[in-house]
Design a protein around this ligand. Sequence first.
Ligand code: ADP
Ligand code: G6P
Length: 447
Amino acid sequence: MGRLIIVSNRVPSPRERLQPAGGLTVGLRDAVRGNESLWFGWSGATTDERDDDPLPSLDVVEGVTYATIDLTARQLEGFYQNFSNGLLWPLCHYRVGLMTYRRSDWETYLEVNALFARVLVEQLQPDDVIWVHDYHLFPLGQALRDLGVTNRIGFFLHIPCPPWSLMRSLPGADLLLRDMEAYDLVGVQTQEDVENMNQSFSLCGIAARAQAFAIGIDPIEFHRQAIASADTPAVRRLVESLHGRTLILGVDRLDYSKGLPERFAGFEAFLERFPQYRGKVTFLQIAPVSRGDVPEYQALRRQLDEQVGRINGVHASYDWTPVRYMTSPVPRDTLAGFYREADIALITPLRDGMNLVAKEYVAAQDPDDPGMLILSHFAGAAPEMMDAVLVNPFDPDEIADALALAMEATRDERIARFTPLDVEVRRSTASVWARDFLKALKAGLDD
Ligand code: ADP
Ligand code: G6P
């Protein structure tokens, strides 16, 4: 039985290696458990320009070897900030107007993928199975094949895949997609992503096919964490500060794909159209700064600062602030406790690969007295979570109506919506996702 090699640009930080944070880390931890495995990617640090390929720094935690390399400031800018996050991220989230294309960035993107391949190949053994993650590394499989690697290689895209009519806005999109032929298996989150990717493959004459594998979380562990956090100082202080008001919660990286300005507009419409709830609700939005060196993210941050200040200025009274907005991260266990206390989760991305926050919110609830999940149609999680209150986030009035519906729901109505959501979150876990993908990737290997 060969090792499992995981490759992603972002590798869990040393702290997360012991206490995994996101669903990806948890899911992959389950996948690597009991297997000898290696996780390779960027260290999160930069270094000076160099002539030779770096040696990865190695760190073994609970049987997993973490192998990471630094990137130079020039590589980080061209590969990560510009091409991955200034071009591929908006393109795949259907925001072609936000794309910035420069040929030199594509060259740096290919350069870093080739570097990853050269460093990784030195670590490989003949039986290893390689699993590459996300849009930073589309060309990695081909770069490995060019070096003579014949191992099984799978690829999973965590973000949406747009239809060819949008994808082709990227000059040379067909070249990027052609590299997918190097993979033995290409996985995406939803059926819609499968259709879009396969359409692009067909139209470009590319001999690859995508399959859907919806990522989940570890619901049992998250539920346990939410209960354990209820009696911690942070969660108690939050509850006391509410003075009995209904808590509406949003949790997202500060990213334009998350629909934050639209969400605040929806909350403002709710205050205006349902004045009976003024002074009775608190909307807590936790939005830690992400990719702060990318101009579009800086612009969004300024926009939100202005918008929240204005909403509070107009609607607050001397003893009530409608919106609490914070851009610092919250520890994961505290977050689980906040989810459990929240009466309503307001999760309204304009486009999202999956959205694990929606699944975490469900997992954190008390099944006898659950909260209400308001979820965008455009989250990858929506097809699995049809019992949530689904909204079109582009319409502030629809968000306002959903908030009013959630405020008025009886306990029986809340339970009726929650129960099927809970069943689904417990069925489609992170470990099922990893197991199914790896099973399909390895199919035929042991024959
Ligand atoms: P994305 O992958 O686009 O960031 P997801 O909703 O799929 O969106 O996953 C986000 C992950 O990051 C979740 O596991 C969530 O709990 C975590 N997260 C988001 N915001 C915070 C925060 N403020 N503090 C700690 N963890 C957070
Ligand atoms: C999304 C992407 C991941 C990425 C994460 C955090 O979940 O799918 O690939 O790692 O956001 O973004 P960052 O740029 O900080 O790695």
